[in-house]
Design a protein around this ligand. Structure first.
Ligand code: FAD
Length: 338
């Protein structure tokens, strides 16, 4: 059981800044995210795109913003639980018990939901049998590319991830890139490179083909692909990779008894608490009159929600408002030595 003051659900920009705001008022937290890295939409959807409306930052990419936020909360040594989706919630006396998909358990005084547009999950192959190979020889993201060295890999998809991995792995592996259309949605330069590698025999490109079936004993050894006109082709494959983008869903949070309005959680604007005491919602996932789905709005909501958590964690203490410029306690927590 992980016992802490506050559980933050979602490591997007809002959840990360909330950890900072909790830290400077002396509350501990842990963060759970369904993805394998922190940053939410900024990292998953637009890591290289410049953002121009973060106050006092003229321009920064999604990745730079995430790195800066992570740097800012470093002094608090926050524990991240990645690749975990929150599932069940139970109130036990004054505490909340939360279970995750991977079997983790949390015992906390308050919860901040910073789940953005919901948990991102890969769009999967609609083909029977794919599931049984998932995690051993069929993947929707790559954690360790060294396992593909000198192997035969079938990559499905036509976006940037499929193209980039096909290009990168083609230097160490036998790569087949399979896409259901002739046109690609990824960057023009990558499409050009893939076609060039195909012409040079450094990878095999199959367009207008889709997965038909996969077979093998414990691991995949054969993939059958089907052309639009019905022709079936067999490809010997050690690994299959599917890059079809992400779907976003609120999932089990929908069953937590919160007031849900068009896939967002209704909150008050005093402290961003939901209709359930001790559960707060901030960032893209919350709704209230005038809500703007901007990172800067999420930062404001995080500051107020963090202070809202205080009374659940320390019911016998009163939180005094202080500026970070003058609060000795906040500076000590940030490890600032003068
Ligand atoms: P998110 O960034 O969505 O993060 C939520 C996190 O919660 C995710 O990592 C998700 O995996 C996790 N999560 C959700 N549910 C669960 C669960 N059940 N269990 C575990 N984890 C869960 N905003 C601006 O202010 N300026 C811009 O210029 C700008 N440009 C943008 C460009 C693009 C292309 C896009 C798509 C968005 C842009 N935005 C911009 C919007 C901005 O990215 C969002 O407002 C911001 O990311 C919201 O932050 P968040 O922390 O609330 O949610």
């Amino acid at each position: 059981m992980n016992k802490t003051d506050v559980l933050i659900i979602g490591a997007g920009p809002t959840g990360l800044f909330c950890a900072h705001q909790l830290g400077i008022i002396g509350l501990n937290c842990e963060i759970v995210d369904n993805l394998d890295k922190a940053g939410g939409q900024c990292i998953e959807l637009y890591p290289d795109k410049p953002i121009y409306d973060i106050p006092a930052v003229r321009e920064c990419t999604g990745e730079e913003l995430t790195n800066n936020l992570l740097q800012q909360i470093k002094p608090f040594k926050i524990k991240f639980h990645l690749n975990e989706r929150v599932e069940k919630l139970k109130k036990i006396e004054n505490r909340w018990h939360v279970n995750t998909s991977g079997g983790l358990k949390f015992d906390v005084a308050a919860i901040v939901i910073a789940g953005g547009v919901g948990s991102f999950e890969p769009r999967k192959f609609p083909v029977k049998d794919c599931e049984k190979f998932e995690g051993s020889s069929l993947f929707y993201s790559i954690k360790d590319k060294t396992i593909f060295k000198d192997k035969s890999i079938s990559i499905f998809g036509g976006g940037d991830s499929a193209l980039d991995w096909a290009i990168e792995l083609s230097s160490t592996s036998n790569v087949n890139l399979i896409h259901r259309r002739d046109g690609f949605s990824g960057a023009e330069s990558s499409v050009h490179k893939v076609k060039e590698l195909n012409d040079k025999g450094k990878l095999n490109l199959y367009t207008k083909y889709q997965m038909d079936s996969v077979s093998g004993d414990k691991k995949i050894n054969l993939v059958k692909i089907k052309h639009d006109e019905g022709k079936i082709k067999e490809i010997k494959s050690d690994y299959v990779l599917g890059f079809f983008g992400l779907i976003m869903q609120l999932g089990p949070i929908l069953d937590w008894g919160l007031n849900i309005n068009k896939k967002t959680i209704e909150v008050n604007t005093e402290n961003f608490e939901t209709n359930v005491n001790g559960i707060f919602a901030i960032g893209d996932i919350c709704s209230y009159p005038g809500k703007l789905k901007l990172i800067l709005s999420g930062f404001h909501e995080a500051a107020l929600a963090a202070r809202g958590c205080f009374k659940y964690v320390k019911p016998d203490e009163k939180l005094r408002f202080e500026f970070s410029t003058t609060s000795k306690a906040a500076q000590e927590r940030l490890g600032i030595k003068k």
